[in-house]
Design a protein around this ligand. Structure first.
Ligand code: NAG
Length: 425
């Protein structure tokens, strides 16, 4: 311990920042050297569940007082990070008081995550209207299950914000969302999870500098309720959409810098969406398409790594479309990720062999391989035409009873690449 005590304050504070707060406070008992250090720690995480582990009897009230005292005693002129992880019964009042204590401390990261027992339940914790005024220095803001309120007298403005995460929130309406985002001019990273009670029907993202965008939906929305995303983000490099509602997605401007995208939806709006992704190097696709996808000019010249899920009825059309239009593809992964549809797709061998099979495809990986008729036909087609194939990795679906037979069949398929190995996982 003595050797550690000789380290400079700055280093000790950094070590303390990584420790659970309840232990940090205990370090004041070590020696005089440590007496006040705990009050200078620059990153504070108050995780109710961690505290509960130490003290099962801990009531909300006791915890709340503890946090309040800690924050008022805390002396560091700047706090790098302040994180609260709480359960759903939390009163708004407590958070307002805690945040008050952290005001004017050049806070860079604020995280407030409230867990809710059921995902459809409405968020309950209301955030202070003055959030943006008091925390102008924020670079990262992550919120979960909280309520944002509009205040005409104190408009939102986050001049330094780079990363914003809004999960299962409640908003004062569509217009507020647009206003909130437009008040974050430097935002680069946005995560949004919509929930049925969020009071938003069209979530509009219009951000010039945005590089990474994740849009997800949770819970079930009642039928007929409109919802959708409108995206205008010309600098976007990463896009993830995981939307299980019956909605729409409109891209307002061309996005031509996408490097990586992952799209999973139940709606065919993706048919036009995918046409905007032709600059991607990696794609993960899970949706239905009709046979005529992107008529003009969307060749995926840069695409090296492609994942397609095999559960939607039209996955074979999507696969063939992508193979035909991805001349430099090296890695193809097929996997099952959603509930299977009843209708089976039918395989019709392509009249011409996709260029990537002849020239570039090195690996085929198949997760949850079921060995159905069309599955076998696809593997046979790729083995027969894949002149550069090095490895075919097959992971049979765990519930299959005929694994051995299924895998044995594959070894007899004709291979064009003499060095191709079939690996069973
Ligand atoms: C929901 O949004 C509308 C505007 O779209 C607004 O008038 C209304 O007050 C909001 N409801 C709640 C509970 O915030």
């Amino acid at each position: 311990m003595d050797r550690i005590s000789q380290l400079p304050d700055e280093l000790l504070l950094r070590i303390l920042s990584l420790m659970p707060l309840q232990d940090v406070a205990d370090t004041m008992l070590l020696s005089k050297r440590w007496q006040f250090l705990w009050l200078m720690v620059p990153a504070l995480t108050f995780d109710y569940f961690d505290y509960k582990l130490f003290d099962e009897e801990l009531s909300n009230k006791e915890f709340s007082l503890y946090v309040e005292r800690y924050l008022f005693l805390h002396e560091a002129p700047a706090i790098d990070a302040l994180r609260f992880k709480l359960c759903e019964s939390w009163a708004s009042g407590d958070i307002q008081v805690w945040l008050k204590a952290a005001e004017k401390r050049s806070l860079r990261e604020l995280v407030i995550k409230i867990c809710a027992s059921t995902r459809t339940e409405s968020p309950v914790v209301e955030l202070p209207r003055s959030l943006s005024r008091c925390f102008k220095t924020l670079v990262t803001l992550e919120l979960r299950n909280t309520v944002l309120v509009d205040d005409v007298a104190s408009p939102v403005f986050f001049p330094s914000l780079k990363k914003l995460s809004l999960e299962s929130m409640k908003y004062p309406g569509d217009a507020f969302v647009a206003k909130l985002l437009s008040s974050c001019p430097d935002l680069e990273d946005l995560v949004v999870e919509l929930c049925p009670s969020d009071n938003v029907s069209i979530f509009s993202v219009s951000l010039l500098n945005l590089k990474s965008l994740v849009l997800e939906t949770s819970g079930d929305i009642s039928e007929g309720e409109a919802h959708g995303f409108v995206i205008d983000a010309p600098s976007l490099e990463y896009l993830k959409i995981d939307d299980n509602w019956d909605g729409f997605c409109v891209l307002e401007n061309n996005i031509n810098k996408i490097v990586k995208a992952s799209i999973s939806t139940v709606r065919p709006y993706t048919e036009q969406l995918i046409c905007y992704l032709s600059s991607a190097k990696r794609l993960d696709l899970c949706f239905e398409v009709s046979k005529n996808l992107c008529h003009v000019g969307s060749v995926f010249h840069h695409l090296k790594h492609l994942q397609i899920c095999t559960c939607e009825t039209e996955w074979l059309s999507l696969l063939m479309h992508m193979l035909n239009n991805s001349p430099n593809l090296r890695y193809l992964k097929l996997h099952m990720r959603c509930i299977k549809s009843e209708l089976r797709p039918s395989w019709s061998e392509a009249s011409s062999v996709p260029e990537c099979l002849l020239n570039s495809l090195e690996t085929l990986e198949w997760d949850d391989y079921e060995g159905k008729k069309e599955d076998k036909e696809v593997v046979a087609f790729i083995l027969k035409n894949g002149f550069c194939l090095e490895k075919v990795i097959i992971k049979p679906i765990p519930t299959s009873r005929k694994k051995r037979k299924m895998l044995k069949e594959l070894t007899f398929f004709t291979r064009s690449s003499p060095t191709c190995r079939i690996v069973y996982d």
